[in-house]
Each structure stands twice: as C-alpha cells, then as structure tokens.
Write a protein that binds this ligand. Structure first.
Ligand code: G6P
Length: 746
C-alpha cells in the first residue's frame, strides 16, 4: 500500500507534465510542419514559373490563346498542380486559366491569399496552396502566374506527424514512469529492509541509512534523540541519592522490571567442605564481588559464575542453581562447572598469566599460550550458552564482568541480538603499544565490541581503549559521543567508577566501638598499649605494591629509630591464584623481606615491626582491623579502582585514621583528601607514613569527613545506577527508532 502511494506521488506529477507537454507541442508542431511545406511549395512554384516563363512570354506575343492553353494543360498534368491561372499585371485581368481554376478566384484575391503567412485556400476539391509568381521577359515582368498546388496531402502528413508525436510522448512517458517505479521499488525495499533489520534488533547497533527523501529526517531524529539522552543523563546525575531502593525504583520504572543477568568468573558465595565434614560458606576476596553483590541483592535476577568451591556441587539444584544469600535468598546463583584443564587454561593461563599482567603493566611479563587461548574461547562459549539458557526474554540486560570474558559480549550478541550487554572491565586498560603485544588483540577487541555499553573505572582507561581500537581495528569512532561502531554494532564507552555499598545505620550500629577494636587487635598481634598501627589489606598479588610498602616501612624505621618498638605494620594478604609460579615466588619474596625487617628492627619482647597474615579474612574481621588502625596503606603499582581504600573509609565512623593511597590506583582520582604517593618512590612513601602517624586528630577528622562524604555519595548503587540509566536510555532509543520506522512503514 505504501509502495503504491509512494509511486503515485512520483507518477502523478510526471503524467500531468507529459499531458501538458503533449497539449502544447502538438499544435505547435502542426503549425511548424505546415509552414515548412508551404515554403517548399513556394520554391516548387517558383521553379515551375521559371520553367514556363519563356514559353508564356512567346505565347503572349501571339493573338491566339490556344498555345497558352495547351501549355497550361500540359503543365497541369503534374498531379500536385491543381490549377494554373495567368493574370495581367496592370488591370488584374485573368488572361488564361486551366479548367480546374476556381471561377471565383479573382487575380487580386489570389495575390492577397499568396501574401498570407499560411497561403492556403479551401476550394471544391480540397485545400490548395496559392502561389503568385512573376513571368519574366527580357524587358522585365509581364504577367503573374497563379499556381494552385494540392495541399491535402500536407494535411495528411501533418496528421501523421501529430500521431507520431503523440506516440513518442506516450512512449517516453511510459519509459520514465517505468524507471520511476523501479527506482521507487528499490529504494522502498532498502528502507523496508532497514526497518526489518531494526526490528530484528539490529537497529541500535546498525546505523540505519534510509534512502533518499527520508535520510535527512532519520539523521535529524537520531540527533534529537541523542540530545535528549544527554539532557536525560545530566538530569540523572549527582542529584539522585543512590541507594538500594533508588536502584530498585530505577529497575521498576526506567527498565520496567527487565531481566538482569550477571556473568563473572568469581562467584559471590563459595561452598567449601570443612575439616569436620560439614560445609562452610566463604565470601571471596574480590573487588568485583564486593561491588556487584549488593547490586544483585537490589535487582534480583541471576548471577552466572564458575562453581569453584569444593562443596559447590552439593549445594545446587538439578539446574545447577541455588538461591542466595544463604538464609536470606534474594537472587539466583547459577554455577557453571569447569574441568581442571579448563580452569588451568582459561583462568590461570590466559586470564591471569596473560591478560592480568598485560593490563596492569606491573613489570611482570604476560605469558600467552595457544592452548590457554583455546580454553579461554571454549569456556567463554560455555558461559554464553549459560546466558542463553538462563534468559527468559529475548532482550535481557546482561552485565558481563571483567577480563575473564572479553569474548563473551560478541558471543551473546550473536545468540541474543536484542540483548542489552553491559560489560565492565574491572582492571586498567593499557595504552595501544602495551596491548599490542597480545597475539589475539583483534579477537579480544572484537569480542568486547559486541557490548552495548563498555565501562571502565576512569576516563583515562576509556581513552586508552578508544585509541587501541583505533590502532588495531577498522571501526568508526565518534569521540564526541564516545561510541565505536564496529560491524554495525554501536558500543558506548564510558567511565563508571566502581565503589562499595555504604554501610546502613543498622550496620554501623552493630560495629564494635573503635576502642574495643583497638584493644582486640592489640591483643591479637601482641601490641603494647599506645603502639602505633598501620595496616595493608590486599590479595597476595604482585600488582598491590606490598613489596614497595615494606621497603617504605623499613626506610621509615631507619630514618626514625624512635619508632622501633612503638610501631607495627600488619599486612593482611589473602592468598590468591597460588598455583601460579609468579604468585608463589612473590609470596616467598614478601615472607623473606618481612623476616629481614623484623630481624633488623625487632626489639626483643614486643610486637615485631611487620606482621604478615597470609590468610583470608571475612568482612567483619576486616572491619575490626580497619577501625583499629592509625593508617592504611594502599600502594598498588597499578589498580583499576581499589575498593580496600573505600572500605577503610567506610569503616571509620570515628572520622580518624589516615589513608595513604597510590596515585596509580583509580581511587586516587576520587579520594583526593588521602595522602597520595608514588609507590615506587620509597623515600616519599616512608615520609608520608611518618606524616600519617603524626597527623593531628583535627586534620585527620577534616580529611576523613570529606572522604566519607565522597564514598557515601559515589557508592556502588550509583555505579550500577548510572550504567543501568544508560542502558535504559539506549533501550528507549532503540524502541523509539523502531516505532518511528514501524510508523513510516505502516
Ligand atoms: C580483581 C579482578 C576480579 C577478581 C578479583 C579476585 O579484582 O578484577 O575479577 O575476582 O581480582 O581475583 P580472583 O582471581 O581470586 O577472582
């Protein structure tokens, strides 16, 4: 129907134009052909007159007109010559004429007719052309010869011409109409297939290029939508106090209860077999889990992760699912099982020996093995299958987490084209040169560009990513909108600084008072009353700057011997990835260093200057240590964000305690009231630690109050909320585009 309407819009004006052209051209053509024929007949008459002139002049010399009559009779045998007359020049007398000469055509009438633009007269036998030509003798003109030539054949010819002209114009019209219809059909099909592609879910990812007349409209629409989005984003900025309730509201309203699926390697609850044969639930030491878990509690949904606990299999149902948190179920955990070889290749190998050092650039060489890469791909496919199996709709919101799943977004996109895929990269993204050493750099980038939104902690990491894509892929990058279009998928790249859940008043009320925490911690580590305490809390990872921190402690004791015996540094280091050589060597190295420092500065009876606790600590135990410390050292050599720094701040409801923070941790961009250090600069770190231990309580309070304000506001619900708001606006945009296209198609 629309096609027909569109074609009629082209055809009607065309047909009207052709009709007008025919209406004007036919009489014009008629007049022109008649004039051409009249001129021909004149020339012909002239010729006849010239031929006859001598004979007429001779015949006029004789008194008898018989000779003249014979001459005219012979001449009139020409089938075109209807009649001939001869007029005297002085008295207009008709001296001689042939039989067919019209009796009422006097000499002066013939002369008048011949002078007309169209010298044609109607006589009995039909139309004749009238020509008057001089008969010349040696002395000059002696008479006028009137020639009446047949004009009826000219009328017939002009009728033929008219017929041809009409046929020609009609044929021309038909050809033009046919071309128009074909072009309209083709372009309409292009438009319709564009609309169909959009309905298939490719609209958001494939920039639609509507044909011809609709192109400016579509471009306009897209621009307007983007402007609205920007306004919307601004309006959803800092003003909203983000908490679990705000996030739930967002999901109910802006996302209309859409399904949320999280995919990560690390699971939020690990069931392990205990020594007594029972089962214990562990919470892993993972910044990712710390951040995503409260979000999942707020939005329900399903979390898909590797089931890594020794008792994990016995705690799931027949679909490998269980409701968590244990005892207070709020969402579903779906476990994916891996063989030891798969875990070795995908997790230890490619993810942690390859991508982890590659992205952290912390002077540990990345190792890339072909077999690890094969497992990485295979396991990604397994998780993609799990996402498809868990999805209850064709367009779920899938939150893909971290460097373990760089390939997952494109794999999910291939199976669920309408899904909104939000990928968050929890670790740094290096510059293009550093990233370039990965043999599968293209595949990694292509996998990530299956995402609808790709998030990093900082703007700097976003910039590195855009530059990396620019260097290694043929993709369209729009810096103004921070989007990358690759193979018709548009990915929005944005920074979303991750954070923690700000403790509720009830949680804060349940904490032990600071003095009690100090007392318990002092007892645990054998600290003397009044002994100063600095802490470090990390996974036992070479990126955390534990070695550099110990050197700083050592240097401070060197410079300030009065602190020997009056100061202790406690390092809590949760064992991690211990089956990797690099991690084992690192742990041994730290242990040796601690022993050396203690040997050097040990004061005999009291607590040693450094205490290394290589054990996993649950959240409550950590809160106690955080609240007991005078200073907390976060000296990562490179860190996406670092949530320990934020946990320490959240724990200090007494507004005391000093945070020393590496400038190479993403957190340094937000937590500007911390003491910012370069972890590689031992002297600077030692001095800063000394400064922290001597900072007046008022200054501590001022700094800590500001830091707490920042973390309270920029909490994890804001992190998730901002991403989901962006997901919502992109889904909205997709729907509007679909609606507009459906409207113009229907
Ligand atoms: C970092 C990564 C997380 C990971 C965590 C713990 O924070 O970004 O993805 O879960 O380290 O590491 P693990 O290998 O024990 O999961």
């Amino acid at each position: 129907m629309n096609t027909l309407r569109l074609q009629l819009r082209f055809l009607l004006p065309l047909l009207v134009t052709l009709a007008v052209a025919a209406y004007l051209a036919v009489p014009l053509m008629d007049r022109l052909t008649q004039r051409w024929f009249a001129r021909d007949l004149n020339l012909r008459g002239e010729l006849v007159a010239n031929t006859l002139s001598d004979s007429i002049a001779d015949a006029l010399k004789t008194p008898s007109r018989g000779r003249l009559a014979g001459l005219f009779r012979r001449a009139a045998k020409d089938e075109r010559l209807v009649a001939i007359g001869l007029c005297s020049r002085d008295d207009n007398e008709l001296l001689q004429h042939t039989e067919n000469y019209p009796p009422d055509l006097a000499c002066q009438d013939a002369r008048a007719a011949a002078a007309m633009p169209s010298p044609v007269l109607q006589i009995e036998g039909g139309p004749v052309h009238v020509g008057v030509h001089q008969v010349m003798s040696e002395s000059g003109p002696i008479a006028d010869l009137v020639l009446l030539q047949d004009f009826s054949y000219i009328g017939k010819r002009s009728q033929d011409t008219r017929k041809y002209l009409i046929v020609l114009i009609t044929a021309l019209g038909a050809v033009i109409a046919l071309i128009t219809v074909v072009v309209a059909q083709l372009s309409w099909r292009g438009w319709v297939s564009g609309a169909r592609a959009l309905l298939r879910g490719e609209g958001l990812i494939r920039p639609i290029t509507p044909p011809g007349e609709l192109a400016p409209l579509a471009a306009d629409l897209r621009m307007r939508l983007r402007d609205l989005e920007d306004e919307y984003r601004r309006s959803m900025g800092l003003e909203v106090p983000w908490n679990a309730e705000a996030l739930r509201l967002l999901l109910r309203t802006k996302l209309r209860g859409d399904e949320v699926i999280v995919v990560s390697n690390r699971e939020p609850y690990i069931h392990d077999r205990a020594a007594d044969g029972g089962v214990v639930v562990r919470h892993p030491a993972s910044g990712l889990v710390t951040a995503v878990e409260p979000v999942m509690r707020a939005c329900s949904g399903t979390w898909i992760a590797h089931g890594s606990g020794t008792a994990d299999r016995q705690s799931v149902d027949s679909h490998d699912r269980l409701r968590v948190p244990p005892g207070d179920p709020m969402y579903t955990l779906r476990r994916v099982w891996l063989t030891p070889e798969e875990e070795q290749g995908y997790y230890y190998g490619f993810a942690n020996e390859g991508l982890w050092p590659l992205c952290h650039v912390a002077h540990v060489r990345p190792v890339f093995r072909e077999s690890d890469w094969d497992f990485y791909r295979k396991v990604s496919q397994r998780f993609a299958d799990a996402v498809v199996a868990e999805a209850r709709s064709e367009d779920p919101i899938v939150l893909v987490q971290d460097y373990h799943f760089a390939l997952l977004p494109a794999m999910i996109r291939a199976r669920l084209p309408k899904a909104t895929i939000l990928t968050f990269w929890h670790i740094p993204w290096p510059n293009p040169e550093s990233f370039g050493i990965c043999p599968w750099r293209r595949e990694i980038l292509e996998g990530l560009l299956g995402s609808t939104i790709l998030g990093f902690h900082t703007q700097y990491h976003c910039k590195n990513f855009l530059e990396t894509v620019d260097r290694y892929l043929e993709a369209r990058i729009e810096h103004e909108h921070s989007t990358i279009t690759f193979r018709r998928t548009e990915t929005y790249v944005e920074s979303y600084p991750i954070s923690i859940e700000w403790p509720s008043p009830e949680q804060q009320a349940s904490w032990r008072p600071v003095e009690e925490c100090r007392a318990r911690t002092a007892k645990r580590f054998g600290l003397a009353p009044g002994q100063r305490l600095a802490i470090g809390v990390d996974r036992f990872d070479y990126t955390k700057g534990i070695l550099e921190r110990l050197h700083a402690v050592e240097r401070m004791l060197e410079k300030h011997p009065e602190l020997i015996g009056a100061f202790t540094f406690v390092q809590i280091a949760a064992p991690t990835r211990s089956s990797l050589e690099e991690y084992r060597f690192f742990q041994e190295r730290i242990e040796r260093l601690c022993a050396r420092i203690n040997e050097r500065f040990g004061s005999g009876g009291g607590a040693p200057p450094v205490i290394l606790v290589a054990e996993h600590h649950e959240h409550d135990a950590l809160m106690e240590i955080y609240r007991a410390a005078d200073a907390c050292l976060v000296t990562s050599l490179h860190d996406g964000m670092n949530l320990v720094s934020k946990e320490f701040i959240a724990a200090r409801s007494d507004e005391q305690g000093v945070l020393i923070l590496s400038r190479f941790a993403g957190a340094a961009r937000e937590l500007t009231e911390a003491l910012i250090v370069n972890p590689y600069h031992v002297e600077e770190c030692a001095d800063t630690l000394y400064q922290a231990l001597h900072m007046p309580p008022a200054e501590q309070r001022e700094r800590m109050a500001n830091l707490r304000q920042t973390v309270r506001e920029f909490n994890v619900y804001r992190w998730a909320g901002r991403m989901l708001v962006d997901a919502g606006r992109l889904r909205q945009r997709q729907r509007i585009e679909e609606r507009v296209l459906r409207h113009s198609a229907g």
